[in-house]
Design a protein around this ligand. Structure first.
Ligand SMILES: Cc1ncc(COP(=O)(O)O)c(C=O)c1O
Length: 460
């Protein structure tokens, strides 16, 4: 097997010189296939800061953002007529495919009845029970983004425990929730590098330990000032880190022992099954968050709480002085969200659809693993249900520090653009690929073949 090699001259076992050559060749091919797009967006979109309506659009490794004409099923078509098998799926927002028909129908129906009025509509009547039955917690609220849902849930946790801090695992991402923006550097907590306009020391309100490190968790919670541990069941936002056997049992036992609440953020791990990782592995969170795909692509999120948290929060509210709770946004819990979410939960997030996703994701993971082995690359593949990731380093990874070390940005960027040139789109921030209910076997095989072709090129 090739070794990972010296990081100054190689990434993922490939020389930086080879990576640069491939990146340049692929950038040219990308441009040549998109003359109309280049004319429209190649120099940035007029009137927008840095030429894009949201700055993340500049983080795609392509020479300029892909200008989409339409997306349907698991295919994106750009304005030059290039078709891409879409495994990014809006970085999970469209993980059930673009405009699933039941959701599109619900949107059309609701569009005739008003889009937002700060009042419930009939679609919400079955929703509370639907959420409770699906995810196993009895009390729910609807927000618009997973970021907001996490912020609100953390506020409840601090309110009822009367403790100031939260605890996160190194490498985590829970949206732009300020207090989670910390990292470990050489074992010491620091503000996450790169935060704009941050002058507070965020480590004052957050503890941080490595994922899979139960003794460190125990020590941190023993201080008695942590209201809530917030975590994904699998770290998906760095190179993917799976929980070691016994980690979740230990996490739950330790949090309970120290009177700390547990918030499970399922925004990405909903790839596991219709009830998320929580239901599949019988986790017992006090608070639960799911955003992104819950309404089939319409901006919406949900956050739920246990009976105990709800009754403690009710008691707390009796003592709270009157005024704004700090939770809620004007467009949250609107009738468009109710309609889309209901259709998505009832007709799209079905066991049958997950069966298809799981089967094809297994095929994808096996195909990528075989290619990695064929080319003797020091890489590995991880999967959580319908979410697959190739990582350009040996694995499995144990924690966020190892995940950061495994990241190979230049190599990954070259692979991303090369995949696009072969008709496949994957997530830009990490090598994540999602399989939707409408993804076909042909698309999966296309991705495997494209990956293999690129691997061959890299090691040539
Ligand atoms: C686990 C997790 N939680 C929360 C979020 C935030 O979602 P949003 O950007 O929709 O607020 C993300 C986004 O990637 C996420 O991965």
């Amino acid at each position: 097997m090739r070794t990972s090699g010296n990081k100054a001259t190689t990434q993922g076992g490939i020389s930086l010189a080879r990576i640069a050559t491939i990146r340049a060749t692929e950038a040219t091919a990308f441009r040549e296939a998109r003359p109309k797009s280049e004319a429209a967006v190649g120099n940035g979109l007029k009137g927008f800061l840095d030429g894009v309506p949201m700055h993340w659009m500049n983080d795609w490794p392509t020479p300029f953002p892909i200008l989409v004409e339409k997306a349907k099923g698991a295919t994106i078509t750009d304005i030059d007529g290039n078709k891409l098998a879409d495994f990014c799926l809006g970085d999970t927002g469209s993980m059930f495919g673009h405009s699933p028909e039941p959701v599109a129908k619900a949107i059309r129906r609701q569009a005739k009845r008003g889009l937002t009025y700060m009042l419930p509509s009939e679609d919400v009547l079955p929703l509370g029970e639907l959420l409770a039955a699906r995810f196993g917690l009895p009390h729910w609220q609807i927000a618009t983004t997973a970021t907001d849902a996490n912020r609100f849930a953390l506020r409840v946790a601090r309110a009822i425990t009367n403790r100031p801090k939260i605890l996160v695992f190194n490498g985590c991402y829970h949206g732009s929730v300020d207090e989670t923006m910390v990292r470990l550097k050489d074992g010491k907590p620091i503000n996450r590098p790169g935060l704009a306009g941050e002058f507070r020391d965020l480590t004052q309100s957050a503890q941080i330990v490595e994922f899979n490190d139960l003794p460190a968790l125990e020590a941190a919670l023993a201080e008695g000032d942590v209201a809530c541990v917030i975590t994904e069941p699998v770290l998906t936002n760095c190179c993917m880190v799976l929980p070691e056997p016994g980690f979740h049992e230990g996490l739950r036992a330790i949090t309970r022992r120290h009177g700390t609440l547990l918030l499970i953020d399922e925004t990405h791990t909903i790839s596991t099954g219709p009830g998320g990782y929580t239901r599949r592995y019988n986790l017992e969170p006090d608070l639960f968050v799911l955003g992104k795909p819950v309404a089939g692509g319409v901006p919406a999120s949900v956050w739920g709480m246990s009976e105990e948290v709800a009754s403690r929060y009710n008691a707390y509210n009796l003592t709270r002085e009157a005024g704004f709770s700090g939770m809620g946004t004007t467009l949250s819990a609107n009738p468009l969200q109710f309609a889309a979410m209901r259709a998505n939960l009832e007709e799209v997030m079905t066991q049958e659809n997950y069966g298809h996703m799981e089967k094809l994701a297994g095929r994808l993971a096996a195909g990528l693993e075989a290619s990695i082995a064929r080319h003797n690359l020091p890489w590995h593949v991880q999967r959580v249900g319908a979410r697959v990731e190739f990582i350009c380093a040996p694995g499995p990874l144990k924690n966020g520090a190892e995940a950061e070390e495994a990241h190979a940005p230049k190599l990954e960027a070259a692979i991303h653009v090369a995949l696009v040139n072969r008709g496949v789109l994957i997530a830009p921030f990490h090598n994540m690929m999602l399989v939707s209910p409408v993804t076909t076997r042909k698309q999966v095989d296309k991705l495997i073949a494209a990956f293999d072709d690129i691997a061959k090129d890299l090691v040539a």
